[in-house]
Design a protein around this ligand. Structure first.
Ligand code: XLS
Ligand code: MG
Length: 402
């Protein structure tokens, strides 16, 4: 039992010039070609195998030219071709494409869920263009992040229709992949409780998976929780979300960063920040135990404190950021593997996860067996658990304490 993952670093994490709502970008901006070069270098250093992007991370969007990506003489096609050629040479693979429905002001009241059908049409055209771009680069996944599909004021939402709009948008994406025989094999929903909207229409793993089973092709869809950020922003636990999705085969991949619970979306580098060490290691431990076959993609950015303007910094600091994040991930993964191989800890768990064979058989729909089974209530009730000791043993193993 062990976990060892190939890693994906997306364009938007590297390109991020780290602005926040209170201040402009700290870093000089980089073009999508420069980001490609940084990612290809990271590939040749053996840090990553994959990358991903929103359409807008790669090429600009002109709403009056919704098919510009197909014009072989156009600037958009030329840029995509350059990016692909560089990635092919470096052996960097393209994992996921997402349609950016959050940045352009026209989507300020939502993309797929916008009450204005003309804006929903623009969103649909943009999603199809993003899918074609993803196909050009060989993407395996299409991700729908809920983005601006949300609200701040409860009377401004057509509640009887809004989830239908999202369903229509997702079904269209699925149908378009099939019709055009695109490279995309699966779609994912990336839920988030809030930010950029006050409230999002798909705030949790549960909302997303329920939505998936309302879609035309539920097998095509899964989730990509962003851990530790998107659950822990509102005090939920990432390990619960991840394990639930994995247990029903819907955990297609993870977005990874770090988060102090109940704060704004921190998007801290992996293992960097006030909290999160135990949470991340326990998630990797559990996924290792479950023999999870999905992949891991980072979603975080350089700390604003560690960013700096300047032409030389714009490349070197971004390269260093990738090294930091991969280092954080690999050390967490190493620790998870140490825990997986620790027999003392496994024995403590085995005692707790007591599975009496006879009793277990009875739970499999054996109504008469269950009715007749005699449990020694006093014995069960008077057995004290040792969860405190077990947890301390895990903490000591994680932190190297004795
Ligand atoms: C924002 C999301 C976003 C998605 C991709 O919080 O994490 O970056 O991962 O659209
Ligand atoms: Mg994300």
């Amino acid at each position: 039992m062990s976990i060892k993952k190939q890693l994906s670093m997306p364009f938007w994490c590297v390109g991020n010039p780290v602005a926040d709502p209170f201040g402009p970008p700290v870093m000089d901006r980089v073009s999508s070609i420069e980001v490609t070069d940084i990612l290809c270098n990271a590939r040749s250093e053996g840090l990553i195998d994959f990358t991903s992007a929103h359409d807008d991370d790669l090429v600009p969007w002109n709403p009056y030219e919704p098919m510009d990506d197909m014009d072989k003489d156009g600037e958009v096609y030329r840029t995509l071709k350059t990016i692909k050629a560089k990635m092919d040479t470096a052996g960097l693979k393209f994992k996921m494409i997402s349609a950016n429905l959050h940045a352009n002001p026209v989507f300020r009241n939502g993309g797929l869920s916008n009450p204005d059908p003309r804006i929903r049409l623009l969103a649909a055209q943009k999603v199809m263009r993003a899918l074609r771009i993803g196909n050009f680069l060989g993407a395996e996944y299409f991700t729908y992040w809920v983005a601006r599909d949300g609200f701040e004021t409860q009377f401004a939402v057509p509640w009887d229709k809004v989830y239908g709009y999202i369903r229509d948008g997702l079904n269209l994406a699925r149908a378009y992949v099939e019709k055009e025989k695109l490279s995309i094999k699966y779609g994912t929903i990336e839920y988030k409780p809030n930010e950029p909207r006050g409230e999002m229409f798909l705030p949790t793993v549960g909302h997303s998976i329920a939505m998936i089973y309302q879609l035309d092709d539920p097998d095509f869809w899964g989730v990509n929780p962003e851990v530790l950020q998107h659950d822990q922003m509102t005090g939920l636990s990432s390990i619960g979300a991840v394990s639930f999705a994995a247990s029903i085969g819907k955990l297609f991949f993870l977005h990874l960063g770090n988060q102090k619970p109940n704060q704004f979306d921190n998007d801290n580098p992996v293992m960097v920040g006030m909290d999160g060490l135990k949470e991340l290691i326990s998630i990797l431990y559990v996924l290792g135990k479950m023999n999870w076959g999905g992949h891991i993609e980072f979603d975080n950015h350089i700390l604003r404190t560690d960013a700096a303007p300047g032409d030389e910094n714009k490349l070197s600091l971004r390269e260093d950021f990738i090294r930091l994040v991969v280092d954080g991930y690999r050390s967490a993964e190493k620790k998870a593997n140490e825990l997986l191989g620790n027999e003392e800890l496994s024995e403590m768990q085995d005692k707790l996860f007591n599975s009496d064979d006879e009793a277990a058989k009875l739970t499999q729909g054996n109504i008469n067996g269950i009715l007749k089974y005699s449990v020694d209530y006093n014995e069960v009730n008077q057995s004290a658990l040792k969860i405190g000791w077990m947890d301390l043993a895990f903490d000591k193993a994680i932190l190297g304490l004795s």
